[in-house]
Design a protein around this ligand. Structure first.
Ligand code: NAP
Length: 250
C-alpha cells in the first residue's frame, strides 16, 4: 500500500487520466476527493470508487467553489497530502481564426486554475506533501493549431519549477507529468476517434492507457519519489525523446 493513510485531491477525477489515478490511489490505500463538471460521469465515478471517495461537482475556474471543495475535503478526511492538478481542456486555436474568448478559456482552465488550486490547498499542505501538475508533450513539439493548449502546458511545466522553489523550504514537492497520446475522451475528441495517424508517430507504435499515466502519478505522489523535486516525467511511448524511431520512419 504505497499511499496508506494519505488523502489526495484530484481535479478532473471523473474521466480519463484523473479517474484512472483515483482508482489507483484508492487501491493503494488513499482517500480521494475529486471534482469535475459532468454530473453523469461524477455519478458514475462515485459508484465505481465507493466510500473512499468524496465527489463534488465544481468547475476549477470557480475559485470560491474550489475553496469550499478543498475545505470540505479536509473536513471530511482530516488533512491533505497529495494534490493532482489534472483537469484540462484542449481545443484548436489556429492563427487567423481564433476568438479571444476561446484562447483565454484554455489558459484559464489549464494554467490560472492550476495556480489557484495550489494556492488554495497550500494552508493544508505540510512537510512531505506532493503536488503533481499535468502538462503535455505539446509543451515542446510545435503541433500546428494548438497555440493556446501548447502555451498552457508549457506554462504549467515552468510554473511547477517556480512552485517547487517556493515550496521546497516547507518540504513540499512539486513535479509534472507530461503525457503523450493517451486513450481518453480528450484524445478521442481531438482526433475524431481514430488514432491511426497518431500511432505512426509513436516509437512504441501505440497510444498510451490512462492507467499507465496513473502509475507515474502514483510514483510522484508516494514516498518512493521523496528526492524528486521540480521534475517532469514524460509518458509518451518515446514520441518526444526518440521521434525518429517512430513507425513512420521505419
Ligand atoms: P478527459 O478524459 O477529457 O478528462 C479531463 C478532465 O478534466 C475531465 O474530468 C473534466 O471534467 C475535467 N475538466 C475539464 N475542464 C474542467 C473544469 N473547468 N472544471 C473542472 N473539471 C474540468 O481527458 P484526459 O486526457 O484524462 O485529460 C486529463 C489531463 O491530461 C488534461 O490536463 C490534459 O490536458 C492532459 N493530457 C492528456 C493527454 C491525452 O492524450 N489524453 C495528453 C497530454 C496531456 P468534465 O468532463 O466533467 O468536464
Amino acid at each position: 500500500m504505497r499511499l496508506k493513510g494519505k488523502v489526495a485531491l484530484i481535479t478532473g477525477g471523473n474521466s480519463g487520466i484523473g479517474l484512472a489515478t483515483a482508482k489507483r490511489f484508492i487501491a493503494e490505500g488513499a482517500k480521494v476527493a475529486l471534482t469535475g463538471r459532468s454530473r453523469t460521469t461524477l455519478d458514475a465515478a462515485a459508484k465505481e470508487l465507493g466510500p473512499e471517495a468524496l465527489i463534488v461537482k465544481v468547475d476549477v475556474t470557480d475559485l470560491p467553489g474550489m475553496e469550499r471543495f478543498v475545505a470540505e475535503t479536509v473536513e471530511r478526511f482530516g488533512k491533505l497530502d497529495v494534490v493532482f492538478a489534472n483537469a484540462g481542456i484542449t481545443q484548436r486555436t489556429p492563427l487567423g481564426s481564433t476568438p479571444y474568448e476561446l484562447f483565454e478559456k484554455i489558459l484559464n482552465v489549464n494554467v490560472t486554475s492550476t495556480f489557484f488550486l495550489v494556492q488554495t490547498c497550500l494552508p493544508y499542505l505540510s512537510h512531505g506533501a506532493s503536488v503533481i501538475l499535468s502538462s503535455s508533450i505539446q509543451n515542446v513539439n510545435g503541433r500546428p493549431g494548438l497555440s493556446a493548449y501548447a502555451a498552457s502546458k508549457a506554462a504549467v511545466r515552468t510554473m511547477a519549477r517556480v512552485l517547487a522553489s517556493e515550496l521546497s523550504p516547507l518540504g513540499i514537492r512539486v513535479n509534472v507529468i507530461t503525457p503523450g497520446s493517451v486513450d481518453t475522451p480528450l484524445l478521442d475528441a481531438a482526433n475524431g476517434g481514430s488514432y491511426k495517424a497518431l500511432t505512426r508517430s509513436i516509437p512504441l507504435g501505440r497510444v498510451g492507457h490512462a492507467a499507465e499515466v496513473a502509475n507515474a502519478v502514483l510514483f510522484l505522489a508516494s514516498q518512493e519519489s521523496s528526492f524528486i523535486q521540480a521534475s517532469e516525467i514524460v509518458i509518451d511511448g518515446g514520441a518526444t525523446g526518440a521521434p525518429l524511431g517512430a513507425p513512420i520512419y521505419r
